[in-house]
Ligand binder design. Structure first.
Ligand code: FAD
Length: 514
């Protein structure tokens, strides 16, 4: 193991090269910073896959207060209102800042920014780019800015595999170049995790395949508290054409009027609230129920859009064409897929975790914006603004003194397949006690060294602990929302192990009253 070359010795390290990590790096300038990104910038990041866009209350009929109200309603009692208010208020200025960086947002014929509508939003407020390539265009502009900022060093193809602690505080990062066996310790007393989500832990997911919550396990193994791990958002309309990851059909397609039908042609959401524009968890459960009843489910844009589909959603249309589907003539086969994780590393308003020297931002963090359920297009916003906030907090924190570090054992690579099978079977759209208890036992048996299994164990313990249904967490045995659970809940790895052991203990039979 070697140490970091001199120019970046002692500088903060950001783990993750998506929107959150890169915005943090840009906001640290001119302070030197090292970014570790497992894949080349622009690849392997969910940020580049975002289709719908970025929510910002910039329409003439809109206000941050209305955006906040929609966000809190979707969050089902678990948002942190102060955090949500701060992030949402920053959205209009963020759109200007991204445009100044070079992001080419779609415009109206009059030159204003065109605004789309998505489920759960009461107003047209989704800023998009090149139709459905919003994330790619935003990230392109941000990457270009990073490349021309001399204080930012980016190591692409390098993964963080462990955090190194000294006296309970962050002292370094164990990192490994992808495809190489040997790891090295990079000394740093200020580290930010921006590694994105964990949908790759499920068999059906829209996330990049590397999105398996590695950053959450870095934090958890260091002893940090994670929060709200039970809240996984399933996107109701992943294109079901046998691909892994599954291509996403953006919410914006429903915003344009596409309807959900089953294989008999029945529109099964008709008459329910805002029908297809209900929040994602409601729509996912309806699609799931239809599938459980033996149907195939389709998204049907034909009447609403016809041939216009191909110009409004060119990237989705191209994927459909590759599968022999013409959205102007054919309904699109869909199913729910793990899409976004509302939970994550527990952080305060500055992005600080429970470990001194460790910050988290973007999807890897539980910031408090989303609560129990994320409103569509609020996460690019969250990534950009929490990246900024973490940078400000790091910049205001003095670097610790360099000290010798003990060698750290590099982890083995995980076998994901059994973890994906267990979570998909027992911890999907609908959950219950028997399934979760089975999952916990099976995950515990996969061993303590398997990072993915340990994270999945923490998730299923959190799902079992929350004996109610709220937002993205649906228990068939506890279908009601229970005010007793109206709070965010943290969990450490040690606590999860103890609770898993308790779950496995045979229950004493109650004494019979004779
Ligand atoms: C298909 C799809 C469509 C979406 N559409 C939208 C949308 O329209 N609007 C919206 O707001 N949100 C959308 N989202 C969600 C949104 O894209 C993400 O929540 C957001 O981009 C997360 O940004 P991030 O920077 O936190 O993570 P990411 O962009 O996922 O970046 C994570 C980075 O961490 C790196 N990394 C991971 N592990 C390690 C490691 N151990 N060491 C080093 N690097 C590591 C990855 O390589 C990557 O660079 C969508 C998500 C998906 C999957």
């Amino acid at each position: 193991m070697t140490t970091l070359p001199r120019p970046v010795e002692g500088c903060p390290i950001i783990i993750g090269g998506g929107l959150a990590g890169l915005m943090a790096a840009l906001h640290l300038a001119p302070q030197p910073v090292l970014v570790l990104a497992r894949a080349p910038l622009g690849e392997g990041a969910a940020s580049a896959w975002a289709q719908g866009g970025l929510a910002a209350a910039i329409g003439p009929d809109d206000s941050p207060a209305q955006h906040l109200a929609d966000t809190l309603a979707a969050g089902d009692g678990l948002c942190d209102p102060a955090t949500a208010q701060r992030i949402i208020a920053a959205a209009p200025a963020l759109v200007d800042a991204l445009a100044r960086l070079g992001a080419r947002f779609d415009r109206t014929p009059q030159g204003g920014i065109a605004l789309g509508l998505e489920a759960g939003h009461g107003r047209h407020r989704i800023v998009h780019a090149q139709g459905d390539s919003s994330g790619r265009e935003i990230l392109r502009a941000v990457i270009a800015a990073v490349r021309r900022t001399p204080s930012i060093t980016v190591w692409e193809g390098v993964a963080a595999t462990r955090l190194v602690l000294r006296d309970g505080a962050i002292a370094g990062v164990l990192a490994r170049a992808e495809g190489q066996g040997s790891a090295r310790i990079l000394r740093a007393s200020r580290v930010a995790i921006a590694t994105g989500g964990l949908g790759g832990l499920y068999e059906h997911t829209t996330n990049p395949s590397g999105a398996t919550g590695q950053g959450l396990m870095l934090a958890a193994r260091a002893g940090a508290a994670l929060a709200d791990l039970e809240f996984v958002q399933f996107h109701p309309t992943a294109l079901d054409i046998g691909r892994d990851p599954m291509p996403l059909i953006s919410e914006a397609v429903r915003g344009e009027g596409a309807i959900l039908i089953d294989d008999t042609g029945a529109r099964f959401m008709a008459g329910q609230g805002r029908a297809e524009l209900e929040p994602r968890d409601v729509v996912s459960r309806a699609v799931w129920a239809s599938m459980q009843a033996g149907h195939r489910v389709f998204l049907d844009p034909r009447a609403a859009m016809g041939a216009r589909f191909c110009t409004r959603f060119p990237a989705i249309a191209a994927i459909c064409a590759g599968a022999g589907i013409d959205p102007a003539r054919d309904p699109l086969p869909i199913r729910p897929a793990a899409h976004y994780h509302m939970g994550g590393i527990a952080v305060d308003h500055h992005g600080r975790s429970t470990i001194p020297g460790l910050w988290a931002c973007g999807e890897a963090a539980r910031t408090g914006l989303h609560g129990a359920n994320r409103l569509a297009s609020n996460s690019l916003l969250e990534a950009a603004i929490t990246g900024r906030d973490v940078a400000h907090s790091i910049a205001g924190t003095a670097a610790g003194r360099a000290a010798p570090l003990a060698p750290v054992e590099a982890p083995h690579s995980d076998d994901l397949a059994p973890v994906r099978a267990i979570l998909s079977r027992h911890a999907g759209v609908l959950r219950d006690e028997a399934g979760l208890a089975t999952a916990i036992a099976q995950l515990a048996a996969l061993g303590d060294q398997n990072d993915a299994a340990c994270l999945a164990l923490m998730m299923t313990v959190a799902m079992r602990r929350r004996q109610e249904s709220r937002g993205g967490h649906s228990r068939t045995d506890f279908p009601a929302t229970d005010p007793a659970f109206a709070a965010s809940a943290t969990l450490t790895l040690d606590q999860a192990r103890l609770m898993a052991r308790d779950a496995a203990r045979p229950r004493m039979a109650p004494a019979s009253a004779s």
